[in-house]
Design a protein around this ligand. Structure first.
Ligand code: RAT
Ligand code: ZN
Length: 416
């Protein structure tokens, strides 16, 4: 057994990094799909380069109209982003750096700066082989997808009996029900559910039937929605009624956590399309109320505003039915991951889920996990060093056990 001692901080650092790198992760929120979903699974260099994080960045430096950019093909957009963000200036942002991490991990020399060479590699690749390669490079064992029954393409896939890849677990995404009930009502009715906009008892029963039907079809790990900073609960609104009388009862019956991703201001700049969303600070008392009035429900929560993070940790100390997860979206940067992971460990120990990738492109699993692992290992080393200084004997098996808790066991234990 390798037991580092207090005189050997270098050893401890190396050991922690090695355990963090070798422990496979269960990634609990992504937007990637099992290959059986066909075109929904995005992968390859052009998809990487046109990731919405980079689209937002290119408009800051490029003399191009939105209209012109959006009429370009994906390949043309990728060329443009490569030119502006990688060749005309150093690719320092986290999203740019991520592409270089992927290129490097796939065995290319980033110094060559040769986009066509990378493209040729992907042209010859079979998607099933590439999934295996990425999962192995990223050391990810399973991922949770984002599955929207209101998306016609996705819906048609679920309606057929398709083969499934067990590494891709479903999550039932219900944003449409909560943020656009009147439209969702028309759609549910066209699918044979007896619903009316007024949301009477019968309609609520039918929404529960809809949720149960999809839970049966998808076997999701949780139900999820991304919500605005103004989200409130309880509330006399369509959203409030659906949460209270449909989502929470079904969640309790089926033991399905309700995952809330709170703090998105949708389309503050609609011209940017998917890249046009922003952030706002939300009201933590909403989570307190939900957790305290529904102690038999489980809540997975991540918040987008940095300003919400400390109070979210404190709230998790008060409610065991609240599990906080991930450094979401604008928070998924090394400086903020470092701060949030330290804060969470100091307030909650290992009873939290430090990260999810939110990968939209398969290859992103590689960089998002590589970058996060580096920071998580640094924070853990610091915390073990503090324990070591007081004489707590840090054993390799303890480190392995702890990292397994953080990278999957916490989620599994919370959801059983
Ligand atoms: O992180 C993202 O890519 C966002 O665009 C959203 O997908 C967000 O994570 C969400 O799940 O709504
Ligand atoms: Zn997401």
């Amino acid at each position: 057994m390798n037991t580092p001692n207090s005189n050997d901080s270098g050893n401890l650092k190396t050991l922690v990094s090695s355990v963090v790198n070798k422990t496979a992760v269960f990634d609990i929120h992504t937007h990637i799909y099992d290959a059986n979903f066909g075109k929904l699974l995005l992968w390859g260099i052009d998809e990487l380069l046109t990731y919405h994080y980079l689209v937002a960045e290119v408009f800051r430096v490029a003399p191009i109209t939105y209209e012109k950019f959006w009429t370009m093909s994906t390949k043309e957009q990728a060329d443009y982003i490569w030119q502006k963000l990688f060749l005309e200036r150093s690719p320092m942002s986290e999203a740019c750096r991520g592409i270089l991490t992927c290129i490097h991990a796939l065995g290319f020399d980033p110094a060559e700066r040769n986009l066509n060479k990378y493209r040729a590699f992907f042209r010859d690749m079979k998607v099933s082989d590439y999934i295996d390669l990425v999962f192995s490079k990223a050391n990810v064992s399973r991922v949770i997808m984002t599955n929207d029954p209101f998306d016609n393409h996705e819906r048609s896939k679920w309606k057929k009996s398709m083969k499934r890849d067990d590494r891709f677990v479903a999550a039932l995404r219900i944003d449409k029900l909560l943020v656009d009930w009147y439209d969702a009502c028309g759609t549910l009715s066209s699918w044979g559910y007896e619903v009316e906009p007024r949301l009477g008892n019968w309609t609520q029963r039918e929404i529960r039937r809809f949720l149960n039907d999809w839970a049966k079809t998808m076997k999701p790990a949780y139900m999820a929605a991304s919500l605005p900073p103004t989200f409130t609960y309880p509330e006399d609104s369509a959203c409030g009624k659906i949460i209270e009388n449909c989502i929470l009862p079904v969640g309790k019956d089926l033991n399905l956590p309700f995952a809330m991703m709170i703090g998105v201001k949708k389309l503050v700049n609609p011209d940017l399309k998917l890249a046009g969303d922003s952030v706002g600070k939300a009201d933590i008392s909403v989570i307190e109320k939900m957790c305290s009035t529904h102690s038999e429900n489980k809540f997975l929560v991540t918040m987008l505003s940095r300003e919400n993070q400390h109070e979210l940790c404190v709230t998790a100390r008060k409610f065991p039915n609240l599990m906080i997860f991930g450094c979401w979206w604008f928070l998924n940067n090394p400086s903020i991951i470092r701060e949030m992971t330290s804060e969470r460990i100091e307030l909650l120990g290992l009873s939290m889920i430090p990260q999810h990738s939110d990968a939209r492109v398969l290859d992103q699993l590689i960089y998002k996990w590589k970058h996060s692992r580096e920071v998580i290992a640094e924070v853990l080393t610091e915390k073990y060093t503090d324990l070591d200084k007081i004489g707590w004997n840090i054993r390799e098996e303890d480190i392995k056990r702890d990292v397994e808790i953080l990278f999957g066991k916490m989620f599994m234990d919370f959801t059983v």
